[in-house]
Design a protein around this ligand. Structure first.
Ligand SMILES: Nc1nc2c(c(=O)[nH]1)N[C@H]1C(S)=C(S)[C@@H](COP(=O)(O)O)O[C@H]1N2
Ligand SMILES: [Mo]
Length: 467
């Protein structure tokens, strides 16, 4: 029988072998835990599993579990509930080991909270940046049920020296790829709204969303919401792992687009920014003459949505929308506006949210090396009373490696032991950008002779340079 461990060993070993054919289907069957993702989701990457929700499906205030975007850095962990426990350790008086039923016996809380990946909208940055090329749908809103992390920490008795809470999930890395470990500063960990959730919209957490337990960190970007939780480790000092020290960092000062920013000029991300999403009309749609109804959602990382304005003339004039009845502190708010009797024509519809802290959406969000926190006013094109015009958005290219290139075999051999080709083919980087990615992958276990590195870089720049 193939256990997860032997399969993982096989997976990491394969990067060094001459062929990985045959591994990929096996890796996929295992990583999805047998459950097929909803075919309506946009596949950004099969392994690790990165699925985006098409905007047209984000019609409801609550995003259904099947349609909720998925972002995972490593192969999905499939956890058997019987053997699973949560360990609370580190700078605590009483280390604890809790089973799911122990957690369920604690006082429970349910909250609707919007979850957004910090990289949502990364695809819109110019010049392009490395990473999963999310457009608009790495966001959703769900009702999460669980217990307060503060309650669990109180039972363990945090020592006065405890500064950070390290969260570790059951997902394990392939090769030398760093493990996904994240820390919360103590104030956020001990905040009464930070939860350990076992239910999503009234059902047990789906495997892709962290079964059996994940963190809910209201207002903060998705990477803090660790899935498949197994360990809560109270630390006296900040952790030194890649996903704490290097990833999820943002320049302390505005930088020139395309710049390489030194590590000491970056700081950790935490709160989300203010943002809106137009769901209706759909981009490139056509409507009968007369009316134009605009509706969607707006959210912010801190405070609440104060107003959402919409424009149908590309931002020259704005109308204030009415906000929806459903209103919870950390959940997105729906907005709606309707024009009547407008002339037939082509319109550029925009939405711009403002929060209670006075923050609003600006035309060019600050470029940053990892493409986080994109929040330009949302914009769609719509034809009213005339045939739909081509939107200029080209159909998504097929995310495959070109078959007619002599170096494709090398790329397969060196790269596809840890991830699928789609992860490469969606990115558009220049020579320096691809070079940095190759360096990272070399640190993470890809072994490349000088000449192989040269060929790999040439190949990536040849096929996947900025358009
Ligand atoms: N264990 C683990 N937790 C994780 C991740 C991961 O790769 N591993 N990805 C994080 C990121 S970057 C995001 S945006 C959210 C996405 O949650 P979802 O897949 O339920 O939408 O999960 C977070 N939790
Ligand atoms: Mo994320």
């Amino acid at each position: 029988m193939i256990t997860r461990r032997t399969l993982l060993r096989g997976a990491s070993g394969v990067a060094a072998l001459s062929s990985c054919a045959g591994l990929t289907p096996l890796l996929q069957a295992w990583q999805t835990g047998g459950a097929r993702p909803d075919p309506r989701l946009i596949v950004r990457s099969r392994t690790p599993q990165d699925l985006e929700t098409p905007v047209s499906l984000l019609t409801d205030w609550i995003t259904p579990n099947d349609l909720f975007f998925v972002r995972s850095h490593l192969p999905t962990a499939t956890v058997a509930p019987a053997g699973w426990t949560l360990t609370i350790k580190g700078s605590v008086e009483r280390p604890l080991t809790l089973r799911l039923e122990d957690l369920r016996a604690l006082p429970q809380t349910t909250m609707a909270v919007t979850l957004e990946c910090a990289g949502n909208g990364r695809a819109f940055f110019e010049p392009p940046v490395a990473g999963v090329q999310w457009q608009k749908g790495a966001v959703g809103n769900a009702r999460w049920t669980g217990v307060r992390l503060a309650e669990v920490l109180k039972r363990a008795g945090v020592r006065t020296t405890g500064q950070f809470v390290l969260l570790d999930g059951a997902d394990r890395s392939v090769g030398n790829v760093p493990d996904f470990l994240r820390t919360l500063p103590m104030a956020k960990a001990a905040h009464p709204d930070t939860l350990l959730a076992f239910e999503m919209n009234g059902a047990p957490l789906p495997v892709s969303h962290g079964f059996p337990l994940r963190a809910i960190v209201p207002g903060w970007e998705g990477a803090y919401w660790v899935k498949w939780l197994t360990t809560v480790d109270v630390l006296d000092a900040q952790h030194d792992g890649f996903f704490v020290q290097t990833a999820y960092r943002y320049p302390t000062q505005p930088v020139v687009p395309g710049a390489v920013v030194p590590a000491n000029e970056m700081e950790p991300l935490s709160g989300l920014t203010v943002k809106s999403l137009i769901v209706t009309p759909g981009d490139g749609g056509a409507l009968p003459a007369g009316r134009l109804r605009v509706a969607g959602f707006a959210w912010t990382g801190d405070g609440e949505i104060a107003r959402v304005d919409v424009s149908r003339d590309g931002g020259a004039s704005w109308q204030r929308t009415s906000l929806g009845r459903e209103r919870e502190r950390y959940a997105w708010r729906s907005f709606e506006y309707q024009w009547r009797g407008i002339p037939a024509g082509a319109y550029t519809v925009m939405a711009r949210a403002t929060d209670s802290r006075g923050r609003t959406q600006t035309e060019s969000p600050q470029w940053n090396p990892s493409g986080y926190l994109w929040n330009a006013p949302d914009r769609v094109s719509v034809a009213v009373g005339i045939p739909a015009a081509p939107t200029g958005t080209t159909a998504a290219a097929k995310l495959e490696l070109p078959a007619d290139d002599a170096d494709t075999a090398l790329v397969r051999q060196k790269c596809l032991g840890c991830h699928d080709a789609d992860l490469i083919a969606q990115q558009r980087l220049n020579d320096a950008g691809w070079s940095r990615e190759i360096d990272k992958m070399t640190r993470w276990g890809a072994s490349l002779a000088d000449d192989e590195r040269r060929r790999l870089l040439g190949y990536l720049v040849r096929h996947f340079a900025p358009r």
